[in-house]
Design a protein around this ligand. Structure first.
Ligand SMILES: *[C@@H]1O[C@H](CO)[C@@H](O)[C@H](O)[C@H]1NC(C)=O
Ligand SMILES: *[C@@H]1O[C@H](CO)[C@@H](O)[C@H](O)[C@H]1NC(C)=O
Ligand SMILES: *[C@@H]1O[C@H](CO)[C@@H](O)[C@H](O)[C@H]1NC(C)=O
Ligand SMILES: *[C@@H]1O[C@H](CO)[C@@H](O)[C@H](O)[C@H]1NC(C)=O
Ligand SMILES: *[C@@H]1O[C@H](CO)[C@@H](O)[C@H](O)[C@H]1NC(C)=O
Ligand SMILES: *[C@@H]1O[C@H](CO)[C@@H](O)[C@H](O)[C@H]1NC(C)=O
Ligand SMILES: *[C@@H]1O[C@H](CO)[C@@H](O)[C@H](O)[C@H]1NC(C)=O
Ligand SMILES: *[C@@H]1O[C@H](CO)[C@@H](O)[C@H](O)[C@H]1NC(C)=O
Ligand SMILES: *[C@@H]1O[C@H](CO)[C@@H](O)[C@H](O)[C@H]1NC(C)=O
Ligand SMILES: *[C@@H]1O[C@H](CO)[C@@H](O)[C@H](O)[C@H]1NC(C)=O
Ligand SMILES: *[C@@H]1O[C@H](CO)[C@@H](O)[C@H](O)[C@H]1NC(C)=O
Length: 511
């Protein structure tokens, strides 16, 4: 979720009303916020904060008596995104912290800040935007933590879908959606990418997006699956699809009149998919969805309760040329005025030769903006959580950007330490715990290549060593160490994947 201008304006107004302690000095208004009390707890720590990317969760809408719930919510979310999926391969570069501030109110506000530490509220109806109203307080809290907070996340104590990216990321503690929203909003913040789903405003940019079919200008050119799959001027072929329907109704359903929408098909495609997202529909039988009168077998996600969820149905046949109707009929009056239809979309595809539906295929897939006038391209059909929030992984192009960004901001070398064992000097090169130094192994192959020099002369025997021993006075001098890290997840490395460090040994070990 990215914030459009109207939302931004709305929350800036709210900030002015609710968020800022203004002090007026000689007609000048300076805005400042007090740092709230913070109880800082390490959750998953991989190394010194000065040389890690640190993510800090701030508690909003948690009473003092809900402190343990906050800690367990943070632990669940941090583990979900870093233990075995999503950010697991870069986890040794990340630290996760929890910073607890008690709120006066359990839960968050609606349309305006509640009586909570960071003033989080759900914006309008719909399980969509949740934002921290007191951005200045969140920034003061972030700044007070120094190196322990590179990316602040306000965790709103609310059981339903919602969040927003930005300088301060907002998410909720929703059991089914909290981690999905966290992954997606962090994707915006740490990758600098826009949306990848259809209808994402005009917000398409970054390493998962291109506005031309030219091979050379594709940020994922190095990941294309089939170099012989070409279209115009030997550029990659555009996968053949179209989007005849996209609607974000955010409608409340009732049992008296079904919600329906028509769309036109050219009849020119071989397959199609119907997608929608709904909320407050916990049971099978609460809702009847039909396409041209034929029921679609909707079954609520296990354990979804009243939360929002995304559903997709694939049809291995073409739609006929002409007008079609999708209809949503609420059957259970218990949810009158509560059940929500958030989004509905139909995408049509060519046959498998014209459109590679198979997961893992990297090519040129058209993404449709709200206005049909603008089409951009993405690398995969459905392999990235920036497109499909229920997918737990980023595409390869995004992962590569993640490594490059992270290693652009921190060093492969934590430090070098010096000690003696007998008359021998011991130099220890402490590297980021990657490759052979990982605690938990990962699938992509990784390697460190290390070269040592002393006074400009290569030390061949020390190649790839992180601990070297040198006798007596010979140890004295300046060592230059070059460290290079490689991983299968990076094909176009940034300069951060290599590092030069110098270390001077001034005294020998006692003879
Ligand atoms: C990661 O672990 C969770 C919880 O055990 C599980 O649901 C998920 O499928 C696992 N993901 C992968 C990629 O193994
Ligand atoms: C809780 O309420 C008290 C009294 O109104 C107020 O001083 C305090 O700032 C509030 N705390 C938070 C975290 O909002
Ligand atoms: C296309 O993308 C490039 C690179 O992101 C950008 O500089 C350019 O302004 C875009 N062009 C249009 C017409 O959007
Ligand atoms: C050829 O290029 C145009 C313009 O970029 C694009 O719209 C079209 O889809 C391309 N065709 C193929 C088969 O790639
Ligand atoms: C019921 O829903 C339909 C379709 O969204 C809408 O047109 C109608 O106004 C609603 N009726 C009531 C009583 O809310
Ligand atoms: C679809 O039907 C319309 C109207 O009957 C016709 O003009 C058009 O050529 C048809 N398109 C295709 C692809 O058959
Ligand atoms: C999103 O990904 C999930 C999990 O892979 C899949 O079941 C679902 O069909 C996808 N949704 C869309 C709209 O493709
Ligand atoms: C399509 O985009 C171009 C360039 O931005 C603009 O001049 C034109 O008016 C647009 N057409 C429509 C139908 O929106
Ligand atoms: C540091 O990280 C930020 C945010 O991910 C990124 O925009 C920036 O490019 C990174 N810096 C370097 C030198 O890579
Ligand atoms: C050097 O870095 C390691 C982590 O790689 C850390 O455990 C150790 O405390 C650091 N030592 C010094 C002296 O900073
Ligand atoms: C050092 O490690 C790199 C990466 O594994 C490897 O390619 C290289 O052959 C090694 N060099 C020596 C001398 O072992």
């Amino acid at each position: 979720m990215k914030m459009g201008p109207s939302l931004l304006a709305a929350y800036v107004v709210l900030l002015l009303i609710f968020g800022v302690h203004g002090t007026s000095t000689s007609g000048q208004i300076t805005l400042q916020a007090d740092v709230p009390p913070l109880e800082i707890l390490p959750i998953i720590i991989s190394g010194p904060p000065e040389n890690r990317i640190d993510f800090t969760f701030f508690a909003d809408g948690y009473l003092q008596s809900e402190r343990d719930k906050f800690v367990s919510d943070v632990t669940r979310l941090a583990e979900d995104i870093s233990q075995n999926q999503t950010f697991n391969t870069v986890q040794p570069l990340m630290n996760f912290w929890a910073a607890f501030t008690p709120s006066n109110q359990s839960g968050i506000g609606f349309n305006e800040p509640g009586d909570t530490a960071f003033g989080s509220y759900r914006y309008k109806t719909g399980y969509r935007v949740v934002v921290a109203g007191y951005q200045d307080i969140a920034k003061a809290a972030r700044d007070s933590m120094g190196a322990k907070c590179d990316f602040p996340i306000v965790l709103a104590n609310d059981p339903y879908y919602g969040g927003l990216d930005g300088e301060i990321t907002s998410i909720t503690s929703s059991l089914v959606n909290g981690a999905l929203v966290l992954r997606h909003e962090l994707g915006h913040s740490i990758l600098g990418v826009g949306e990848e789903y259809d209808g994402g405003g005009e917000e398409y940019w970054g390493s998962n997006s291109a506005n031309t079919t030219e091979r050379a200008s594709l940020p994922w050119a190095q990941w294309l699956s089939d170099s012989s799959r070409v279209g115009n001027q030997s550029n990659p072929r555009v996968e053949r699809s179209t989007m005849p329907l996209l609607d974000y109704p955010w409608a409340t359903l009732n049992t008296s009149t079904p919600w329906k929408v028509n769309f036109e098909s050219s009849g020119d495609y071989h397959r199609y998919q119907v997608q929608f997202s709904v909320a407050s529909l916990p049971n099978r039988g609460d809702l009847k969805v039909t396409l041209d009168g034929s029921p679609i077998d909707w079954v609520p996600k296990d354990g979804v309760g009243l939360d929002r969820w995304f559903y997709a149905f694939n049809f291995n046949e073409g739609l006929k040329n002409g007008t079609h109707t999708v209809q949503f009929e609420l059957l259970n009056s218990e949810w009158n005025g509560k059940a929500q239809l958030a989004s509905v979309e139909v995408v049509e595809y060519g046959n498998e030769d014209e459109f590679k539906l198979e997961p893992g295929f990297y090519g040129l897939y058209p993404t449709h903006a709200e206005s049909e006038n603008t089409t951009t391209y993405r690398p995969t059909n459905n392999d990235c959580l920036m497109r499909n929030v229920t997918v737990p992984q980023l595409c390869k192009s995004c992962m590569e950007t993640l490594w490059n960004n992270f290693l652009g901001n921190i060093s492969l070398v934590d430090n070098i330490t010096e000690s003696c064992t007998g008359t021998q000097k011991v130099l220890d090169l402490h590297l980021l715990p990657l490759a052979q130094f990982r605690g938990i192994p990962v699938t992509p192959k990784e390697a460190y290549t290390i070269t040592w020099k002393k006074g400009g002369e290569p030390l061949e025997n020390f190649k790839n060593q992180t601990r070297v021993l040198v006798d007596g006075d010979e140890a004295i001098g300046t060592y230059s160490i070059h460290v290079k890290f490689s991983t299968e997840e990076v094909r176009k490395p940034s300069s951060g994947l290599e590092k030069d460090v110098e270390y001077e040994v001034k005294i020998a070990c006692p003879a």
